[in-house]
Design a protein around this ligand. Structure first.
Ligand SMILES: [Cu+2]
Length: 169
């Protein structure tokens, strides 16, 4: 009787282990399947449209990977015209930016200070800004930036009056 009970226990244990291992293998395969989705784009393949209204008017956006509005990795390009300014703001997630072409200027702080020259970022430059760290930026010529990170991508303006999403009076 005692032997029969321990046999039952061992059988149940083996079955449960089998079920757990199978479930975790299936999960691993699903995750691998999701990562296999490859993207290969030449500049001509990139589809440009207007940038979201969270950014000052005049910029164009091309999403290269993922969906910046959703959870998960994304890569996008932002093309800003000459004399474009992004007022002081911060992001909820780290901001990774590569200057693809043109020239970008970046300054730290919650208020625009005309005496601050900022950092001039020519083509090929890169910067990473930590979450909740206020900064502002401008471009004196047409500039293309590449932003990558983990969504959802958000922007919060230090001065709510600077937010282009605010209802116009
Ligand atoms: Cu920013």
């Amino acid at each position: 009787m005692k032997i029969a009970r321990s046999r039952t226990f061992i059988t149940v244990f083996i079955l449960m282990t089998f079920v757990l291992v199978t479930a975790s293998l299936a999960r691993d395969m699903r995750q691998k399947g999701a990562a296999v989705h490859e993207i290969i784009l030449t500049p001509n393949d990139m589809k440009w449209g207007p940038a979201p209204d969270a950014l000052p008017a005049g910029a164009a956006l091309a999403v290269l990977e993922g969906d910046p509005a959703k959870h998960g990795p994304f890569t996008m390009r932002l093309k800003v015209p000459a004399n474009y300014r992004i007022p002081p703001h911060w992001h909820a997630s780290p901001e990774h930016v590569t200057v693809i072409s043109g020239k970008f200027n970046l300054a730290k702080g919650e208020k625009v200070d005309a005496s601050v020259k900022g950092t001039e970022l020519p083509q090929g430059s890169f910067f990473m800004i930590v979450p909740k760290s206020a900064h502002y930026a401008w471009a004196s010529e047409e500039t293309v930036l590449q932003l990558h990170g983990r969504g959802p991508w958000t922007i919060t303006y230090v001065n709510p009056a600077d937010d282009p999403r605010k209802p116009k009076k």
